[in-house]
Ligand binder design. Structure first.
Ligand code: ZN
Length: 133
């Protein structure tokens, strides 16, 4: 893995949270993107070299809505940039990690993404992401 690509935070109201985090960081988000297949609306902030992704569920079946219903708002996942997502999935499976989707799917921010089940990573949902060309 190369570096932390972003940290994802689950929020109930993206509009309100955009204002809140803009006050916190001293600058607004630089993009909003809906990933319909995942039932989420996201916004991205740049903080120095790092990115923060806010996620709001767009329906009750969205993983984000379910997460908030269970745990409340807060840190949802940590995303790591990888060079080759398929190689990394293979390696991590061999190491015994539970991969949620073995076939990478299209995530926000022009990325291919794979998630690891939190039960195999001490309760932390891990996202692997590879920049799409
Ligand atoms: Zn993410």
């Amino acid at each position: 893995m190369k570096k932390i690509e972003h940290i994802g935070i689950a929020v109930k109201d993206l509009e309100k949270s955009n204002e809140l985090f803009a006050s916190l960081f001293g600058k607004p988000h630089y993009k909003i993107e809906e990933v319909e297949s995942e039932g989420v609306k996201t916004s991205f902030f740049e903080v120095g070299e790092n990115k923060i992704e806010l996620l709001e569920g767009t329906n009750d079946n969205s993983p984000i809505s379910k997460f908030i219903a269970k745990k409340g708002e807060g840190i949802h996942h940590i995303a790591f940039a990888v060079e080759n997502i398929l190689d990394e999935v293979k390696r991590l499976k061999e190491e015994g990690f539970v991969v949620l989707n073995e076939t990478p799917k299209k995530g926000a921010d022009n990325k291919l993404v794979v998630f690891l089940h939190p039960k195999s990573t001490n309760g932390v949902l891990i996202e692997l992401c590879q920049e799409m060309e």
